[in-house]
Design a protein around this ligand. Sequence first.
Ligand code: AQP
Length: 332
Amino acid sequence: MKRIFSGVKPTGHLTLGNYLGAVRRWVEVDQHRADALFSVVDLHALTVEHDPARVRRLSRQAATLLMAAGLDPELCTLFVQSHVDEHARLSYLLECTATDGELRRMIQYKEKSVRAQAAGQGVRLSLLTYPVLMAADILAYGADEVPVGEDQTQHVELTRDLAVRFNQRYGHTFTVPRATRPEVAARVMDLQDPTSKMGKSHENGAGIVYLLDDADTVRRKIMRAVTDSGRDVEYDREAGPGVANLLDLLAAATGGNPEALAGVYETYGSLKKDTADAVVELLRPVRERHAELAADPGQVDLVLRDGARRARETARPLVDRAYRAIGLLPAG
Ligand code: AQP
């Protein structure tokens, strides 16, 4: 059976981008067809300025939302990254495999280090090494596939390079994983700045649909989305990114095709209205189920505890093998 690993960072409230780019597929497809592990990757939230209480709150909220979206602990393993020591253990070995140069080439590092500096904050060393920890997240489980949005493709490529390099140097240890992406909405753009990705840690929330936004807020944000200067409804991500983004959202929410949908609309207003209605209906059950689950946090904690135990059992032998392969003396 194939093994799948993926995760979300509790750096902010989960967005429609997270849902369409990753979570929805985990729920609808991946947990049914593979031995699937999904994680709230909280260590990654410490790579930028953070408030400890907020990270803790967002971690539980993310786990609750993943269950509300439909992850079923009977079908998959759901856990919090920091509950399983193997991630940090393996990360160090992979730091001894990666080079400084390849990490400095990562687009997210470039973007987020510039953002940190502009805000007068130091750039944490962990921001540079974050993709190595992500590689450890994936390789510790021998994952074959990593379902992610487009923004994570480069990090999965690095993971592959590290796995191949480690295997060549120290003997076959790791499965070389591959990224899988959704056909539509692999990169949901910010509604106010459709040339930038919709990102949960962006400061201006007006262009971001959060999974927990109420229906009126979702409608307002989509109706106020920045569109292009032309008038025709066309699917052209270069020339008309705002309209293309709305068509992607509508297609993803209704199961249609963005190019075909472009031919159906004559005005931006009607496109926005139908997109808003479709997104509201898409998110309604998630929000309702979240409210039920959030009323009983003990249930979520139990799922996370059991998930961590199962994840540990899977990762430990593989990480132990990597320790031996790289030349470390086994503990007696
Ligand atoms: N805008 C997006 N469109 C499609 N997929 C997206 N993903 C994130 N944003 C979009 C996918 O969601 C999964 C979880 O993302 P993450 O928590 O690892 O964070 P990220 O990729 O760094 O993006 P965020 O949510 O914008 O967080 P910040 O602002 O902290 O960087 C991943 O599979 C991701 O590809």
